[in-house]
Design a protein around this ligand. Structure first.
Ligand code: ZN
Ligand code: ZN
Length: 276
């Protein structure tokens, strides 16, 4: 499968001269397989431009696997042109909410006065599916969903297809000691070919923001190491981290990861494509 990073930033869109190379769009990744409809991991602002390369005649079919409903993971949906065409169809899987249903939650986000129309008024069909701890199939790919520690209902995904596998853990609250990994996360990442993981903070930032729902870059390497994964992709970059910051910080993580036996540590950037 081909993996394309459409948006790699956490929290909020943050384009600037200082982060041109990694990019400022928020979390969205697309998995493409020959003969199958695309699987989109999160609906951040990065998906908007990619949408313009997709069928705009109503023939679009796709599946979105959404980790949680924070803005940075859904804000691209209102601007995703392929689904605003009669006949188009997007299946969106996202976690059950603590209060109200998933359609109510999405409907509260995408409606006037925040957006000109309610999501159900787009000309295509957005079909919502609440999930939490499920295994299901999408176009021949096996999808595993498990809860991930964060702020509010949040899940991670693992996608297996024809012997290749990827785990997507976009937002992950590490324990304060940064020394253990939740069993649900290890299950998702177990022996996977590629882990795409939250890499928001430096150790010093984590001390300041320990309860903000994220982790350090080195913790992402710990997750991959503990799960026996081979490659790690550092993702969900902090809006304050410039290209130069990320180059330097990722090099430090590579040193640690090498000692732990990981094959490769990649810094996610917009437009990066990986083949599994
Ligand atoms: Zn996020
Ligand atoms: Zn979040």
């Amino acid at each position: 499968m081909r993996i394309t990073f459409l948006g790699v930033r956490g929290s909020t869109p943050s384009p600037s001269e200082a982060n041109r190379r990694y990019g400022g769009n928020t979390s969205s990744v697309v998995l493409e397989r020959p003969g199958a409809d695309p699987i989109i991991l999160d609906l951040g602002t990065g998906m908007r431009a990619w949408g313009l390369s997709q069928p705009l005649d109503g023939s679009f079919r796709g599946t979105a696997l959404v980790t949680h409903l924070h803005w940075d993971h859904i804000q691209g949906l209102p601007f995703f042109a392929p689904v605003d065409r009669p006949g188009a169809q997007l299946d969106v899987f996202a976690p059950e909410q603590d209060e109200g249903t998933l359609p109510e939650a999405i409907g509260n986000f995408m409606r006037p006065p925040f957006f000109p129309v309610h999501y159900s008024q787009l000309r295509g069909d957005i079909r919502l599916h609440a999930i939490w701890d499920n295994d299901f199939e999408v176009g021949g790919a096996k999808v595993k969903v498990r809860p991930v520690p964060h702020c509010g209902p949040t899940v991670g995904y693992r996608v297996d297809w024809e012997g290749s596998s990827v785990a997507y853990i976009s937002d992950h609250q590490a324990p304060l000691g940064l020394d253990s990994v939740a069993a649900s996360v290890l299950e998702l990442c177990d022996g996977v070919d590629l882990v795409i993981h939250d890499a928001q903070f430096t150790p010093a930032e984590f001390v300041q923001k320990a309860h903000w729902g994220h982790c350090t870059m080195e913790y992402a390497a710990l997750v991959a190491h503990e799960a026996g994964a081979r490659r790690l992709c550092l993702f969900h970059h902090d809006p304050a981290h410039s290209d130069e910051d990320l180059d330097r910080l990722h090099a430090e993580v590579r040193d640690t990861a090498r000692r732990w036996g990981l094959d490769e540590v990649i810094g996610a950037r917009e437009g990066l494509q990986l083949q599994l």
